[in-house]
Design a protein around this ligand. Sequence first.
Ligand code: 13P
Ligand code: 13P
Ligand code: MG
Ligand code: MG
Length: 375
Amino acid sequence: MLVGEKVTLSVIKADIGGWPGHSRVHPQLVETAEEILGRARGEGTIIDFYVATCGDDLQLIMTHKKGVDSPEVHGLAWDAFKAATEVAKELGLYGAGQDLLRDAFSGNVRGMGPGVAEMEITLRKSEPVVTFHMDKTEPGAFNLPIFRMFADPFNTAGLVIDPKMHMGFRFEVWDILKHRRVILNTPEELYDLLALIGAKSRYVIKRVYPKEGHSISKDEPVAVVSTEKLYEVAGEYVGKDDPVAIVRAQGGLPALGEVLEPFAFPHLVSGWMRGSHNGPVMPVPMHQANPTRFDGPPRVVALGWQISPRGELVGPVDLFDDPAFDHARRKAVEIAEYMRRHGPFEPHRLPMEEMEYTTLPGVLERLEERFEDIE
Ligand code: 13P
Ligand code: 13P
Ligand code: MG
Ligand code: MG
């Protein structure tokens, strides 16, 4: 029994080939990853696992006792991605090995292409968690929903009426450009937090922590988001940093329905078509997470789990497989239609600063010498 002990939940994902184009993951890649993780579970490296997909991204969800950034667990994920890449190459899948940006594994997949969200937690008697998986967008896409879950009283009733949550939470925000971070407390610093995270391409919520006095230690994350930036690793556009997140629920944290509620609003995110367009993020069950219209619109899948007292993953429950999210899906289609009508114009296309990391500079370079000074 692991209740009261440390257990780590790791979600490690990579795009290692699309079928066709960038639309979905071929089932043989899932089977290959399952074989490798199954063997590791048998050998005791991990406690449990599930292989999921969202669009063209392969998602490894694992529980284990090895802590975050474990070379063994990261090495295992790397091996699974490598093996599945071989299958992707055999099948001629599009962009086989796209996110594996380094040849040799060096102890940690961070900075090598895959996205990582991990948290080491003290296992509660009942541990409900949600893993979120997005395609055709970037880490900042989680800013708005995570903010709403843990800081917006119009989303999360518990912030107002549950004495276990009333004190608020602490947000760890990363400045992706300057490689630095800041911790902000809510509700006291709500406006400061929003001043930063509203600029979602630069400031991203990395983790959320409870405050002093919560039944969960103030140093233990209750939410974590992957923040790997592919262009920083590769130095050029190679695909978007389709992010993942883990959120714990209930017992002084947002209830499951408060964790899901932000996605009833399909907010605008960047990363659609060639990583270069804004569009709505559509909450869908896994079987509908196959972005095809203009390679989108962006998708989010929510998988619900209870972690058993032995550390096993009891699930997944495909949480957006609920007609109550039909309205959000219809709305997303309507917004997608509206945004598409702008064609190559902003704000459908991303602003110039963000286009720097796409294929556009290659075009502009050719025009450079034809410019003449005015005046
Ligand atoms: P907990 O305090 O047990 O999380 O219950 C809240 C709840 O589930 C209301 O929807
Ligand atoms: P992915 O980042 O999901 O591979 O999509 C890339 C793309 O350019 C889609 O148009
Ligand atoms: Mg792809
Ligand atoms: Mg993708």
